[in-house]
Design a protein around this ligand. Structure first.
Ligand code: 4AD
Length: 501
């Protein structure tokens, strides 16, 4: 009997008869031969089914199988470098498990709204498959990093009686008659755990009623949060730096194939090496005001306008070719190139429109404000590595952050900005460990002291210097995969106006 194997293991079975179980990703008929592209979750492979007299009926049935039909196929493995995945199956027999017709997502380009409505099926595309696998590797790398560095996993609750990150974006739910919120962060509970474990981390979904529909914001996102005792802000930056390097190293070592599928040029990821630049908020503001940045913005605008011109010419050229080609695959390829080109063009045109506004925002940035998305992009694009911006003004940051003893107008915090404008991927800080100082912040912000009494207790019994951070998984996945919009970086994204499927 043929051994059942996964496509990814075909390399170990050359010349052997094996069975593959999967789905029909694509197929093409060449007269007496069918070229079936199978997927089985581990990869793609081409199966060559030749028409023979004894299998003529089956041949006809398989020929008319629709995309995403499920089937098992038995045959001999051959090395074939020109074939997808590098191996091919010479088919002996096929068993049809489920004949699918009219699968809604074809291999042509579809609009993103359509794909998102069909997300339950969209996940089967090569692109989504690749993103999901990279996400998996990133999450494993994160877990390994903390597990190997002495952190204990502690799961924190999702129903929370009080806000952890300000009250503006809470999702309230009815909890047996009481109004409670879905957790924005596990941090406050994790601080309690860290005072028990020394070092702890939590990893789970977090919720923010973000009314913005940006590429960087979800209402439900996954965050890993480490918390450690007896550390300082320098240790905390080193911890974040180590985590990011581990994520990058693992992604490059284990996901080259997936990154290739996404067309991700990894040369910039290969440049990621510690130490990352540490920039105080004040230095970041000076940078935004500098002539260097103003000139850089002008050059960027000019380059964007040049790219728009080139892309328009290219789309025009593809459109002319489209009018003259006959073969369906050529028509499909050009149609998809044109659709992608138009998407990119729309992005570039939006960028060209925004750059002058972003330049003005940067020039007029006032000390004391939080950095906006465009400011973060400008700063991050001055560096190859991620960059830490530390010591933000007290007023724009959360109540629990510790003031800098050398300048109480700022706090001992940092945001880590990913390169290439992917924005903030880590936010962290040292925590206010003094009871009275923390109570003062809680009262100044008008929070109900009772809600935070347990948290204040941590400053009453064996208080120590401690700190931690949160890394957003989807933003990190977006950066590593080079995917523009965070909605593709989680299987079923939740955003304002998006809850189905
Ligand atoms: O900076 P934030 O709000 O930090 C905290 O929640 C702290 N309590 C963490 C801690 O110190 N333990 O969020 C941390 C990270 C951000 O850097 C970003 O990567 C991600 O969470 N994030 C979001 N990701 C997607 N959609 C959103 N709406 C996000 N808001 C934050």
């Amino acid at each position: 009997m043929a051994q059942y194997i996964k496509i990814a293991d075909m390399k170990d079975h050359i010349g052997k008869t094996v069975e593959l179980k999967g789905w029909l990703y694509n197929s093409r008929s060449g007269g007496k031969v069918l070229f079936l592209i199978l997927r089985d979750g581990s990869g793609l492979c081409q199966a060559i089914f030749e028409k023979k007299d004894d299998l003529a009926d089956l041949f006809q049935q398989v020929k008319h199988l629709g995309q995403e039909s499920s089937l098992t196929v038995t045959g001999t493995v051959r090395h074939e470098p020109r074939s997808v995945g590098g191996y091919e199956l010479a088919v002996d027999s096929v068993t049809i498990v489920h004949n699918t017709q009219d699968y809604p997502i074809s291999h042509k380009s579809h609009g993103i709204d359509f794909l998102m409505k069909n997300r339950h099926l969209h996940l089967r595309s090569q692109r989504q498959w690749a993103i999901a696998r990279i996400r998996h590797v990133i999450i494993n790398a994160i877990r390994d990093y903390f597990n190997n560095n002495g952190f204990i996993l502690v799961d924190t609750p999702i129903f929370s009686p009080a806000a952890g990150e300000g009250e503006q974006n809470l999702f309230n739910v009815d909890y047996f008659g009481d109004e409670v919120a879905l957790s924005q962060t596990g941090q406050l509970y994790l601080e309690a755990a860290a005072l028990s474990m020394g070092k702890a981390y939590c990893f789970g979904p977090t919720f923010r009623a973000e009314k913005s529909k940006t590429r960087r914001h979800l209402t439900e996102f996954w965050m890993v949060e480490p918390e450690a005792c007896y550390i300082d802000i320098h240790d905390l930056m080193a911890l974040g730096e180590g985590l990011i390097c581990t994520i990058v190293d693992n992604s490059l070592a284990k996901c080259q194939h997936e990154l290739d599928i996404l067309g991700r040029d990894t040369s910039d990821l290969q440049k990621i090496k510690p130490p990352f630049v540490r920039l105080s908020y004040k230095e970041a503001v000076d940078m935004l005001h500098s002539d260097k940045v103003a000139n850089w913005m002008d050059t960027r605008l000019q380059n964007t306008l040049d790219s728009i011109g080139q892309l328009k010419d290219q789309i025009e050229q593809w459109s002319q070719e489209l009018a003259s080609v006959q073969k369906q695959w050529q028509i499909d390829k050009l149609t998809s190139q044109i659709a992608d080109g138009k998407d990119n063009l729309a992005d570039l045109e939006e960028l060209a429109e925004n750059l002058p506004k972003h330049k003005e925002l940067a020039e007029n940035f006032k000390w004391g404000k939080d950095l906006g998305g465009s400011d973060e992009t400008i700063i991050s694009m001055q560096f190859d590595n991620p960059v830490f911006v530390h010591r933000y003004p007290r007023e724009v940051k959360a109540f629990y952050m510790k003031s800098d003893p050398e300048d109480p107008s700022v706090v001992l915090n940092y945001d880590c900005l990913a390169p290439q404008g992917y924005g903030e991927i880590i936010g962290g800080s040292m925590r206010e460990e003094n009871y009275d100082a923390l109570l003062g912040r809680i009262q100044a912000l008008g929070y109900v002291q009772e809600d935070y009494q347990w948290y204040l207790d941590l400053r009453k019994y064996g208080s120590v210097p401690h700190g931690g951070f949160g890394l957003g998984v989807e933003r990190t996945v977006a950066w590593i995969t080079g995917v523009k919009h965070i909605r593709e970086c989680i299987a079923f994204p939740r955003m304002m106006g998006k809850i189905y499927p």
